[in-house]
Design a protein around this ligand. Structure first.
Ligand code: ZN
Length: 148
């Protein structure tokens, strides 16, 4: 990855952590699933709620606290789901691809056309201690969808 891209990605992560998108849980209602995930190593916590409409994901909201990577990742994920009008199946495919890239130790890059701002988290895969931070919200969505 070039230094310019690296700087741009760092800025995106900072921006999302300062201005989290879809922050604040929507009311618990029918067809919602909620997941609370913790990363005790870093002290990150995410509560994420997904509302589904049949096979489509209607919206994703979340609350949390912790390091900038964990919070930015949740914000980026909620943005991505909100913009792309994803089905459950599409979301699961994205989560699996994200997990594979984050565990690749820098071998697999996230495609910006597919992952939007979340592609900025590509570089995290080189730092194994931070992979859990970046994965937290994605694990929460996987769990929330299974409950919704
Ligand atoms: Zn963290």
């Amino acid at each position: 990855m070039s230094d310019d891209l690296d700087a741009l990605y760092r800025e995106l992560i900072l921006d999302h952590s300062k201005h989290p998108q879809h922050f604040g849980l929507a009311p618990d209602a029918d067809h919602t699933g909620t997941s609370h995930q913790k990363n005790p190593v870093c002290g990150d916590e995410i509560t994420l709620r997904a509302r589904v409409d049949g096979e489509q994901i209607a919206d994703v909201t979340w609350e949390g606290r912790g390091c900038s990577i964990s919070q930015a990742s949740a914000s980026m994920l909620a943005d991505l789901v909100g913009e792309e009008d994803l089905s459950r199946g599409e979301a699961i495919t994205l989560i699996e691809g994200f997990r594979e890239a984050l565990r690749s130790r820098g071998q697999i890059e996230l495609d910006e056309d597919v992952y939007g701002d979340a592609a900025a988290l590509t570089g995290v895969s080189k730092f194994s201690a931070r992979v859990k931070c970046a994965m937290l919200a994605w694990v929460a969505l996987e769990d929330a969808l299974a409950k919704a």
